[in-house]
Design a protein around this ligand. Sequence first.
Ligand code: ACO
Length: 382
Amino acid sequence: MAGEGMIPLRPGLEGVPVAESAISFIDGKRARLSYRGYAVEELARKSCYEEVAWLLLRGELPTQRELADFDRQLRSHRRIKYRLRDLLKCLPETGHPMGALQAAVAALGMFYPARDVSHAPTNWESVIRILAKMPTIVAAFHRLRNGDDDLPPRDDLDHAGNFYWMLFEREPSPAIRKVLDACFILHAEHTMNASTFAGRVAASTLADPYTVVSAAIGALTGPLHGGANEQVLDMLEEIGSVENVRPWLKEALAKKRKIMGFGHRVYKVKDPRATVLQELAEHLFAETGRPKLYDVALELERAAAEELGPKGIYPNVDFYSGIIYMSLGIPKDLFTPIFAISRVAGWLAHWLEQLQNNRIFRPEQIYVGKPDRAYVPLEERP
Ligand code: ACO
């Protein structure tokens, strides 16, 4: 029942602003994405994740001293308590690592209570802890579920290099480190997407930042959002060969299947992050070898451009990220957790921004249920 003066329903809140934000900007027609005014392509090529995280959180590029200090703080907070490791050990090894990440981040909030969100120094400590510990949690869960000991973080490696080390117990080559770092940058923030909105809704209740981030992680798991990168690889494996792309696509579209890694609520052209990722992938393949699935992906992009391009449906960020991670030897179910450990910089920036001018989110609904009626006692019901 629409109330008097009620705004008409916009499914999925399409086109409805829910906050003012100074963190990132998308021009979906011109394939532009910027963080605090800086083009994401330039950041991916020239910056590093630590610097981008600072930029998102603080609004400006850091000075050399600020960056060195921030980096030092991140390195010194990477370790996780043994009881948190015990928690990870108790989780089923067949469970999805996003579940483990969400549970562990929520549990972190019990180890480091931060319920007074009006205290700026405590908020900043939480930011550092969450950013620094999420990669450790993901790597530890992955190793523990395989029956291996988790590896303590290495303070002499940067954010991306250390994550790679904790997964594989070997240092990445400079090209691999660069590609992983750039993936972190490209996934770090993306305006008011579903997980960021989920985080901001939780933030608006003045929940602590661990709860805010775990709410955002939950929203990221779905296949229409962060979970798509895993499904892209399943789809490319199902297609199997370049020759099969066009018949597969025809059948998939006839059955009204969604082509994973394609389409975006905001971009009606190719996602600029997909373009940079593709460039990075080609550099990486010079070192790791060109996977067959990459050629399948290129052919799918070409074929889909003919079928879906007229509707403004082009590859999004998830289309190429999975192929990059696969060629680094990263298992499929870690793709979305890697998205989360990147995006957490954006989530935390939105958390801090929400607190600056907070009002609890409490939207309306349009009631479509039964009108008022009298209760019928159980014994009188037919
Ligand atoms: N394959 C085929 N058709 C598509 C696709 C796709 N990937 N995406 C949209 N369409 C079609 C829909 O079928 C619909 O067609 P219709 O008007 O004939 O019914 C039309 O385009 C509009 O689609 P919606 O789903 O309503 O668009 P919306 O803006 O709500 O959804 C979304 C955007 C969820 C990303 C969608 O494009 C999709 O499901 N893509 C596949 C999953 C994916 O890659 N998600 C990752 C997004 S990026 C990220 O979260 C990091």
